[in-house]
Design a protein around this ligand. Structure first.
Ligand SMILES: [Zn+2]
Ligand SMILES: [Zn+2]
Length: 147
């Protein structure tokens, strides 16, 4: 049984307790479901079943988890026939998130994102490229800091 937090909506969804959300994928203690307000045709959330706080709480011991979230997100996009060459992936950086349960946004294709969504998911997401690189900002892209 995953470690869950009472009243956390993502804990409930990830563990099958929410009838209105369709779990699209369930493997390796992670689930994938569609964003409630999708920015493109393929906008999913990859969510650990266990409750984890936001990306700010990640540390270097979580690198395998981050890599797993990213690789599952990529695999899932491929399975859905999404354009995997034009993907935006990232975590919210506090205080900008609506649900305080770690979730990776996976959005494809970026070119179909409207400007509001682009802005929202640029300034409010820590974009994952290579989690091992540490923190570095290049052209509005934030790499996640794992210290
Ligand atoms: Zn939770
Ligand atoms: Zn979110």
């Amino acid at each position: 049984m995953a470690e869950t937090k009472e009243k956390c909506i993502f804990c409930r969804i990830a563990n099958g307790g929410d009838d209105t959300t369709r779990i699209l994928d369930d493997r390796d203690n992670l689930v994938i479901f569609k964003d409630i307000r999708p920015a493109t045709d393929h906008h999913y959330l990859v969510v650990p079943k266990s409750h984890m706080e936001d990306a700010k709480h990640l540390s270097s011991k979580d690198i395998p988890l981050v890599e797993k979230l990213v690789s599952h997100g990529q695999e899932f996009l491929e399975e859905q026939g999404a354009d995997v060459s034009d993907v935006r992936m990232g975590f919210h950086w506090p205080p900008f998130h609506t649900v305080s349960h770690l979730h990776l946004h996976v959005i494809s294709p970026q070119r179909e994102m409207g400007w509001i969504a682009k802005r929202h998911f640029q300034t409010r997401l820590v974009v994952v490229q290579n989690p091992r690189l540490g923190h570095e900002a290049t052209q509005g892209t934030w790499l996640i800091q794992l210290s």
